[in-house]
Ligand binder design. Structure first.
Ligand code: SAH
Ligand code: SF4
Ligand code: F3S
Length: 439
């Protein structure tokens, strides 16, 4: 039997796409997944374009994989966001690549592979077909305790630094019924948690069978009502699409995890304005306050960019001040990376790499400190942990997540995998908790 290997970079939506591609290849091309490049007949790179580093990694990894295949005939395909953004350029840097496609047309893969089999080379599919991808995919199979479902894709916000609106296309939402059906199937297959995903998930605006529009809080109510799932989570939200109804959902839906990932990028109003985020720091802080009122033990997460063109010391200090006020439970932070085709590329940029590096280190130290303090404050409490797997092979330690998305390690057997277990927290570490089963 022929084998396929999918190497994925980037966000959770790319990980979801990789799983769906694998389902599709199994069902329509009869290939089996493998992790070993020397065994693979088809190697797909499912790529990310969001920062320069991710893109560079693609070409170095591609070269490494090509080498490890020797003279064997292996079909190479580059999909995902670099595929969409770079298109034909990929063939120039890696001429042995057979297919280039994007995140909105991976359901064409079987047809593209058939064209390769009939002798065509360097096939480029850059179509962004409207709303047909999910209809063309086979049933989504889940392997672990968490079932992920893309509910919304694309972005209309066009932040000055970001390529996502160009690579994923415009905002659109899947229909309520399609999402509920996929959720029900994942739960029947054993998922205990459903992760609803979107580039701006709280911009969700899908129709039900009666053509009534549903926003995200309405969708969350539907999924809670129509499935037997224990936990529901959603990522990633945008401050402009927040609503009081969404905040109320945290208090109203018992299955909804008290976790809000709400990127702000900068604490400076001047920078937020130049980034084109459409909101200021004060309105962001209002949402944090409302969320914490609705979910007092909930967790706030965010994303930050340091060193956006023109960011002054005072701007950067405003970010640190905001971080001190919120004391996030978790955050991703990045140095600004100039991206082709984005308006920020045209802005005057007088910051050196050293300044960016130093600011990132300062911000990360502050974020890590808060994270550690918040983790330590949980010592002695009991958390419900959804066990996802073994922490380290053969040591009798399993790991899972709390409803606040904190990773917890504790002693336990394989029989706990997939279960929700009460765990007494004994230690708070920078990125995780340790505990013991509370019997
Ligand atoms: N839709 C989400 C973010 C998607 S991209 C939102 O608006 O919050 C994920 C993260 O990558 C962003 O939150 C941002 O922090 C980071 N990012 C995007 N473009 C970047 C760039 N050019 N340089 C550095 N970080 C970037
Ligand atoms: Fe990118 Fe902004 Fe859209 Fe997020 S909201 S995906 S940062 S353009
Ligand atoms: Fe990267 Fe595309 Fe996701 S650019 S972050 S893989 S939407």
């Amino acid at each position: 039997m022929q084998k396929h290997l999918i190497k994925t970079f980037g966000c959770q939506m790319n990980i979801y796409d990789a799983a769906r591609m694998s389902d599709l290849l199994k069902a329509q091309c009869g290939t089996a997944p493998t992790e070993d490049p020397t065994q693979a007949d088809l190697i797909i790179f499912n790529t990310c374009h969001v920062r320069e580093k991710a893109e560079e990694k693609l070409f170095s990894e591609l070269g490494r994989f090509k080498k490890s295949c020797g003279n064997r005939k292996v079909v190479f395909a580059v999909g995902g966001c670099v595929g969409q953004a770079e298109g034909m350029h990929i063939f120039r840097r890696a001429p042995y690549v057979d297919i280039v496609f994007g995140p909105q047309n991976y359901h064409h893969l079987p047809a593209l592979l058939a064209r390769v089999a009939s002798g065509e080379t360097r096939i480029h599919d850059d179509t962004i077909p409207a709303d047909e991808k999910f209809d063309a995919l086979p049933e989504h199979r889940v392997s672990g305790a968490i079932g992920s479902v893309t509910v919304q894709e694309g972005c209309d916000k066009f932040c000055a630094f970001c390529v996502v609106p160009y690579t994923r296309g415009r905002e659109w939402s899947r229909s309520v019924d399609e999402i509920v059906r996929e959720c029900q199937s994942l739960v029947e297959q054993g998922a205990r948690e459903l992760l609803l995903m979107g580039q701006n998930v709280n911009a969700y605006n899908g129709l039900d069978a009666g053509h009534m529009a549903h926003d995200l809080p309405m969708l969350l109510h539907e999924v809670a009502m129509q499935t037997e799932v224990e936990r529901i989570r959603f990522v990633t939200s945008h401050p402009l699409d927040m609503s009081d109804d969404l905040i109320d959902a945290f208090a109203e839906i018992p299955q909804l995890c008290p976790y809000l990932h709400l990127p702000i990028q900068s604490g400076s109003d001047r920078v937020l304005q130049r980034m084109g985020r459409g909101h200021d720091a004060a309105s962001y802080l209002d949402w944090v306050e409302k969320f914490r009122k609705a979910a007092p033990n909930g967790a706030m997460a965010s994303d930050f960019i340091v060193g956006f063109p023109g960011e002054s010391e005072a701007d950067f200090q405003a970010t640190l001040d905001l971080v001190d006020v919120v004391r996030f439970d978790h955050a991703y932070s990045f140095k600004y990376s100039p991206r082709p085709g984005t308006p920020a590329l045209e802005m005057e940029d007088n910051l050196s790499e050293e300044v960016r590096k130093a600011r990132l280190a300062t911000l990360q130290a502050r974020l890590n400190l808060h994270q550690l303090e918040r983790n330590r404050a949980l010592v002695g409490s009991i958390a419900k942990v959804l066990v996802e797997g073994k922490a380290r092979a053969g040591q009798g330690v399993v790991s899972g997540r709390t409803s606040c998305n904190r990773s917890v390690h504790f002693a336990g057997g394989d029989d706990l995998i997939g279960q929700i277990v009460p765990v007494r927290i004994t230690e708070g570490l920078p990125n995780s908790l340790r505990g013991e089963e509370a019997l």
